[in-house]
Design a protein around this ligand. Structure first.
Ligand SMILES: C[S@@+](CC[C@H](N)C(=O)[O-])C[C@H]1O[C@@H](n2cnc3c(N)ncnc32)[C@H](O)[C@@H]1O
Length: 287
């Protein structure tokens, strides 16, 4: 997607209202429905799908935080964490609490900084206000993360949730990541990828449905990362959840009599879901 397309989507009043009402001004990620999938009949109008959706997105975020806790010692001196595509900022609010709670007597004097780069000024505004209400200290930059203001190798951890598929030029993305991430620094991210068995025709279908000009298979993303000295260390897939997620969004849009534009947007995601998989991945810059 190009910058204008991303900006237009997140400033569209109908989508702003939809995300606010049904996503709850926290996350815009793909939820984790494990454990609750079997009991779900998506067509059943009795089920509170909005609560179900928000719980699943929150569960996904808990899982990502679990990964972060395992790879990063947040009580260390000089931790610099950057979120690429911060959205409405709930992940960074959770990381702020994590860092704050993990600081020991020794670590109390430690320097740490949390940065959130986000293109959409609408998302930044929501984020700023929520951070103000909870006194959360995150340095929000309403800027493109493909062109950050960081010095070389100054970031210890990059996190990103369901955002990199929106970046058209992944070479530019990895160039910037390689430049700013310290050696031995990690990327802990979630995103969606084209299934490994997809044909070129399938890729075209997905690109058309989602208006995305470059959708990669996970293996292609990993190979590209390797050319920037960035290696995959760990992964967890949740392909089924991705299908459920967009079905839930689609049913919410229909049941709440949203416009054709919103309903069709989620219908396209439902149709694209059969070609896609989602997961959480840990990468490391090795030199
Ligand atoms: C699907 S949303 C996910 C938001 C958040 N990570 C979450 O999970 O709730 C993707 C976000 O990335 C932002 N984004 C996409 N490309 C960007 C770029 N190049 N620079 C900064 N932000 C970007 C979009 O504006 C959007 O808010």
């Amino acid at each position: 997607m190009d910058t204008e397309q991303i900006l237009n989507h997140y400033r569209d009043p109908e989508f702003v209202e939809f995300y606010k009402t049904f996503f709850g001004e926290k996350f815009m990620n793909i939820g984790i429905y494990k454990g609750s999938i079997e009991s779900l009949e998506i067509d059943n109008e009795e089920i509170n799908k909005t609560a179900f959706l928000q719980k699943a997105m929150s569960k996904k975020n808990d899982l990502l935080l679990f990964f972060i806790k395992n790879y990063v010692n947040t009580s260390h001196v000089g931790v610099n964490i950057l979120e690429m595509g911060g959205g409405m900022g709930e992940t960074m609010r959770n990381i702020f609490k994590l860092v704050k709670n993990s600081r020991t007597e020794y670590g109390k004097s430690s320097e740490y900084a949390l940065y959130s780069y986000e293109l959409s000024e609408e998302n930044c505004s929501v984020n700023n206000l929520l951070n103000f209400e909870e006194d959360i200290r995150v340095k929000i930059y309403n800027r493109d993360f493909l062109n950050t203001l960081f010095k070389d190798e100054s970031i210890n951890l990059i996190i990103s949730e369901d955002t990199f598929h929106q970046v058209s030029n992944k070479n530019v993305l990895f160039n910037e990541i390689k430049r700013i991430l310290s050696v031995n620094g990690h990327i802990i991210m979630s995103d969606l990828f084209l299934n490994e068995d997809c044909s070129d025709e399938d890729r075209k279908n997905v690109s058309k449905l989602l208006n995305i000009n470059s959708i990669l298979k996970q293996s292609e993303f990993v190979l590209l990362a390797n050319t920037f000295n960035i290696e995959l260390c760990n992964s967890l897939y949740y392909r089924k959840d991705l299908c459920i997620h967009f079905n839930v969004c689609y049913h919410i849009a229909k049941e709440n009599e949203q416009s054709e534009k919103i309903i069709n947007y989620f219908k396209n995601w439902v149709d694209a879901s059969k070609y896609l998989t989602a997961g959480i991945f840990v990468f490391k810059k090795i030199y």
